[in-house]
Design a protein around this ligand. Structure first.
Ligand code: SAM
Length: 283
């Protein structure tokens, strides 16, 4: 087995060296559509073929993977995501913290929250959970995501199930026109800002905070050793090229108020580290 793994690793390295990126990108897209391959093989090969992009431009690497439903995106399917039994424990904890924070702010979230935006909503399964169980009086529930395949499948599932949720395929870097003069009571951005480099992440947080009426709920990757709030600058996680940010600083420098937060270092639940920031907009 180790010998087979070594051969596979060396062949991927050789292919990256001799085959131009443009060809490898097409090949990665092709492999990701081969349903006869196991999910692990599809993800492994398609991501590895373009892995060098992560060193040159991590932002573009993540955008390429997600917008083509490659790699991790493979597990974002209706049967694996919708339904209470499929909601990750880390997200249950996030929503429990969120409702605690809202209650402490004396907000009766079941009645008072009327609008929600989920940035990086994928199929819309978190929005559906919120619509059914948490913000039961919400009239407007919007989701945006760069993964067109997830948006299309999620939208038809939601429509067939009588949901009010509207999904739009959009890059979070281009939210300005979509947001225009809209205000949302709650903006959720879970596991998504980690795909933007520091400056772009700051820009996104600014944009989201400006359109938040009640609370911005944002999660990042927890810095394993020191609390993220102590980071002078964002770091790249070597394993997957995603970013570890100081979201506390980003919110504070915009005049936002952090009303609740969670940082649990190396601890993981369902493969997710725990770094949550709950912020209200500047007064
Ligand atoms: C790790 S998943 C998290 C999904 C969901 N928010 C959750 O917490 O379960 C990250 C999501 O962000 C989306 N995403 C990544 N880059 C994006 C971008 N530039 N614009 C919009 N969505 C993006 C992906 O398509 C994916 O659905």
């Amino acid at each position: 087995m180790p010998l087979r793994n070594n051969i596979a690793r060396s062949s991927k390295k050789l292919i990256r060296k001799v085959v131009p990126l443009v060809v490898r990108k097409s090949l990665a897209k092709f492999i990701s559509r081969q349903s006869w391959l196991s999910g692990d093989h599809r993800a492994g090969w398609s991501m590895e073929l373009v892995r060098d992009m992560a060193d040159k431009d991590a932002n573009e690497y993540h955008k390429f993977l997600w917008s083509n439903h490659i790699g991790y995106a493979d597990t974002y399917e209706i049967s694996q995501r919708f339904g209470e039994e499929n909601i990750n424990e880390s997200r249950k904890l996030l929503f429990s913290d969120m409702t605690t924070a809202l209650t402490e702010l004396k907000i009766n979230y079941k009645n008072e929250i009327k609008s929600v935006l989920d940035v990086g909503s994928s199929l819309g399964y978190l929005l559906k959970h919120l619509e059914d169980n948490v913000f039961v009086c919400a009239k407007k529930l919007d989701g945006i995501d760069i993964d067109a395949q997830a948006i299309e499948k999620g939208a038809s599932y939601l429509q067939a199930n009588g949901s009010k949720i509207q999904l739009t395929c959009l890059d979070m870097e281009n939210l300005t026109k979509f947001l225009s003069d809209k205000m949302y009571d709650i903006i959720l951005c879970a596991g998504t800002v980690i795909y933007l480099e520091e400056e772009k992440a700051e820009e996104l947080v600014k944009n989201l905070l400006q359109h938040t009426a009640t609370m911005l709920v944002i999660t990042g990757i927890a810095s394993p050793e020191n609390d993220n709030s102590e980071l002078d600058q964002s770091k790249v996680r070597a394993r997957d090229g995603s970013y570890i940010h100081n979201l506390d600083r980003m919110v504070n420098q915009l005049g936002g108020n952090i009303v609740f937060r969670r940082w649990q270092g190396k601890e993981m639940i369902d493969g997710n580290t725990l770094y949550f920031v709950f912020a209200t907009p500047p007064h």
